[in-house]
Design a protein around this ligand. Structure first.
Ligand SMILES: [Zn+2]
Length: 142
């Protein structure tokens, strides 16, 4: 039996709270093309609900790479840490953009683990970011 559909009003509120961009890589809806997806911060497979406080926008790359993961290894220390929670944590506390604006740099264990686990600098998105930077669409200024 399929799960009940998330109400469009809930999706709209989550999209507004997410500022119409991916909570992980900050790609904006208006430049990415495919519609941003609803990410279950705690995956359904691990008991996460369809409730608004468990939802955030994610691009299809980040949502696919995240999958069922809730934690990952910090590549610097090898410690297993929680992935970034875009609803409860501040992006700039855990990540920054490289000087050229094309790469996401993890600043904390959580940030580094999330960059690796979600492949935030994957070989497909970085060339796109390079073009977005060239026309002034990226990185976001806030
Ligand atoms: Zn993303």
């Amino acid at each position: 039996m399929s799960r009940p559909k998330i109400l469009s009003a809930v999706r709209q509120r989550v999209a507004e709270a997410s500022r119409f961009r991916c909570g992980y890589c900050l790609t904006s809806q208006d430049i990415v093309g495919p519609v941003l997806e609803l990410d279950h911060i705690l995956p359904v497979s691990k008991g996460g609900a369809d409730e608004e406080d468990n939802l955030w926008l994610a691009c299809s790359w980040c949502n696919a790479y995240k999958g069922k993961q809730t934690d990952a290894l910090d590549p610097l220390t090898g410690d297993r840490v929680s992935l970034f929670d875009p609803r409860r944590r501040i992006w700039a506390d855990h990540f920054k953009w490289s000087d050229d604006g094309t790469l996401i740099v993890g600043l904390t264990a959580c940030g580094r683990a999330t960059v690796d686990a979600l492949q935030l600098n994957n070989e497909y998105v970085v060339p796109a970011r390079r073009r977005w930077v060239a026309v002034g669409w990226h990185p976001p200024s806030d």
